[in-house]
Write a new protein. Structure first.
Ligand code: NDP
Length: 271
C-alpha cells in the first residue's frame, strides 16, 4: 500500500518539496505519495489530526508552523535534540502507537550541503551565522556538532546573545553587527530573511577570509548578500537550494529508512 506524506505550510503553492520527494521515491523504489497542503493559519493542529485520521505516515512542516509543530510534540517529550534546542520542528512522523515524533532536519541539511556538495570542511573553521530566527536556531547545533567555531550576529543584538546562551559550548558567541568590524570568517551564512525584502544585513567590508564560502539559505534568486559576497571576493557563493534538498533527504531517510542520492535531484532542480 502507498504510504502517504505531505508538506504543510501557508502559503504552500511555491513548495518544491513534492517534486523533490517524487524524485527520491522514483530513485529508491519506495511506494510513497507526497503532496502540498495549505493549512489555515489557525488550523495547523486540526490539519495534523485530519492527516493522522486519514492514515498519513508523516509530514514536513514549513513557514509559519514550525514552532507550533514543536509545541505539538514537546508536551509528549517526543522531539529529537536538534528540534528541542531549536524549539522548531520541520519533520513529523506519525507512529503506530498514536504518538507523533518531531525532528528538525534543516541543520543537518545545511551541514550536508556545505560539506558534501560544496566540499567545505567545517571542523575548526570560523563560521559567522547571521540571524537569530527559526532558521538560525535550527542550524546552530549541527554546525557546532561539525566542530565549527560559531559567531552569531543579529540586528537585534539581544536575540544573538540569547541564541548563543542556549548552547552550552565555548565555541559559540553572540554579537551585533558592529562587533564584526576587523574580523574575518571562513564561512558566512545568511540565515536572515533580509533577501526577501532585497536588503543586505549590515556587514562590514573585508569580512571574508581568503577562500571563504558565502552561503545564503534563501534560494530562487540572487540576493543582495550573494552580490555583496561576490564583490568582496568570497571564493564560493551558494544559495539554499542544496540545503532544501538535503533536509528533504534526511526526512525521507527518517520515514523510509533509505538514503536517496541527492546529487541528481539537485542537478535536475538547477537544470
Ligand atoms: P525569522 O522571521 O524567524 O527570522 C528572521 C531573521 O532575519 C531575524 O534574525 C531578523 O533579525 C533577521 N532580519 C530580517 N531582515 C533583516 C535585515 N534587513 N537585516 C538584518 N537582519 C534581518 O525567519 P527564519 O529564520 O524562519 O528564516 C530566515 C531565512 O531562512 C528565510 O529567508 C528562509 O527562506 C530561509 N530558510 C531556508 C531553508 C532552506 O532549506 N534553504 C530552511 C529554513 C529557512 P531581527 O531579530 O533583528 O528582526
Amino acid at each position: 500500500m502507498t504510504d502517504r506524506y505531505a508538506v504543510i505550510g501557508h502559503p504552500i503553492s511555491h513548495s518544491k518539496s513534492p517534486l523533490i520527494h517524487k524524485m527520491f521515491a522514483e530513485q529508491t523504489g519506495q511506494d510513497i505519495s507526497y503532496e502540498a497542503i495549505e493549512a489555515p493559519l489557525d488550523g495547523f493542529a486540526a490539519t495534523i489530526e485530519r492527516l493522522r485520521a486519514e492514515g498519513y505516515k508523516g509530514c514536513n512542516v514549513t513557514v509559519p508552523f514550525k514552532f507550533e509543530a514543536y509545541r505539538l510534540v514537546s508536551s509528549q517529550q517526543r522531539a529529537r535534540i536538534e528540534a528541542e534546542l531549536a524549539k522548531a520542528v520541520n519533520t513529523l512522523s506519525f507512529l503506530d502507537d498514536s504518538q507523533i515524533f518531531g525532528d528538525n532536519t534543516d541543520g543537518i541539511g545545511l551541514v550536508q550541503d556545505i560539506q558534501q556538495n560544496l566540499k567545505v570542511v567545517l571542523s575548526g573553521k570560523r563560521v559567522l551565522l547571521m540571524g537569530a530566527g527559526g532558521a538560525a536556531y535550527g542550524v546552530a547545533l549541527p554546525l557546532l556538532n561539525a566542530e565549527a567555531k560559531l559567531v552569531v550576529a543579529n540586528r537585534t543584538e539581544d536575540k544573538a546573545f540569547e541564541l548563543a546562551s542556549r548552547f552550552n559550548a565555548d565555541r559559540i558567541t553572540g554579537c551585533g553587527y558592529e562587533a564584526l568590524s576587523g574580523q574575518q570568517f571562513d564561512v558566512v551564512i545568511n540565515a536572515t530573511s533580509s533577501g526577501l525584502s532585497d536588503e543586505l544585513p549590515p556587514l562590514p567590508p573585508g569580512i571574508f577570509a581568503p577562500g571563504a564560502l558565502a552561503y545564503d539559505m534563501m534560494y530562487g534568486r540572487e540576493t543582495p548578500f550573494m552580490r555583496f559576497a561576490r564583490e568582496q571576493g568570497a571564493a564560493q557563493v551558494a544559495d539554499g537550494l542544496g540545503m532544501l534538498v538535503e533536509q528533504a533527504a534526511e526526512a525521507f531517510y527518517i520515514w523510509c529508512g533509505v538514503r536517496p542520492d541527492t546529487v541528481p535531484v539537485l542537478a535536475a532542480l538547477r537544470g
